[in-house]
Design a protein around this ligand. Structure first.
Ligand code: BTN
Length: 262
């Protein structure tokens, strides 16, 4: 483990303690083990050049070519946030990743609940693992994977892209790689900015910005549930995180596993 002391983001606490690992199975798993040993500084970042067993949502894996991408976890203690407002943490982090990527490229959207797309293709994923004590969040591990300089993906990974692929499309030429640690700086700043908004209780602002960034918001789109395929319009998200879809003049709410975008 190397503590990067020359990594000095201009933040108050996010990334101030920065742990750089050449290789690790999963930065989220490393953070989990760390939390069992010590209550490390809030904002501690764990970054690796090579994640060998990255985890995604719903027990999926997250694959990332060594030295090409960002795989990072932040440790936070959002104990000011009631457990029933957990989804606001998801909105704040999704917005932080969205804000960071938007500084670099156009066409960024958040696909509910927390995939980050560029022109409809997935470029970043977020895995938030909360530990609850009663009605409060004790600690939260914020895992973020961003495809940055990878230019090809295994066949089984559908609809993936990277900043480099999208930048090449835009500029019709081969570009240099993006500088990963510069991007991590931006990510630390944007994460702190959105996390402070959350801490200040700016729920309306976070929800408004999240909806404005949402993929297919208020557009007619095709979805699939256990009841079949239908067209609907995303009209909002509930405080508990369900997606609210207008279907034939009626509002319906869906949890993450209950609905698929087609
Ligand atoms: C997803 O979209 O399925 C979420 C992907 C989250 C990947 C990141 S990479 C850093 C952190 N460590 C992990 O094992 N997963 C997250």
């Amino acid at each position: 483990m190397i503590l990067l002391e020359n990594f000095t983001p201009s933040t108050l606490f996010i990334g101030k303690r920065f742990i750089y690992l050449d290789e690790i199975n999963s930065t989220n798993d490393y953070a989990t083990k760390m939390l069992l040993r010590e209550k490390t500084l809030e904002g501690t970042a764990i970054f690796t050049d090579s994640q060998t067993n990255g985890r995604g949502q719903q027990q999926n894996s997250w694959q990332s070519e060594p030295k090409k991408n960002i795989a990072i976890s932040f440790i936070l203690y959002p104990n000011f946030l009631p457990a029933e407002k957990q989804f606001y943490l998801n909105q704040a982090i999704s917005l932080a990743v969205f804000d960071s990527i938007k500084k670099i490229i156009d066409g960024v959207k958040i696909k509910w609940p927390n995939d980050i797309l560029i022109k409809g293709r997935k470029t970043a994923g977020i895995l938030i693992e909360n530990s609850l004590s009663g009605k409060k969040i004790n600690s939260s591990i914020i895992g973020i994977g961003i495809n940055v300089n990878q230019i090809s993906f295994p066949d089984e990974i559908k609809n993936a892209t990277s900043l480099k692929i999208e930048n090449q499309k835009k500029n019709h030429q081969k570009d240099d790689d993006f500088h990963l640690l510069n991007m991590v700086h931006i990510l630390c700043q944007e994460t702190e900015n959105r996390y402070l908004q959350l801490r200040e209780g700016k729920y309306d602002l976070l929800k408004r910005d999240y909806l404005n960034a949402l993929y297919c918001y208020q557009e007619l789109h095709q979805f699939q549930t256990s009841e079949g395929i239908f067209n609907g319009q995303i009209l909002g998200v509930g405080d508990e995180g369900k997606m609210i879809v207008g279907v034939n003049g009626k509002l319906k709410s869906f949890a993450f596993k209950e609905i698929t975008f087609l």
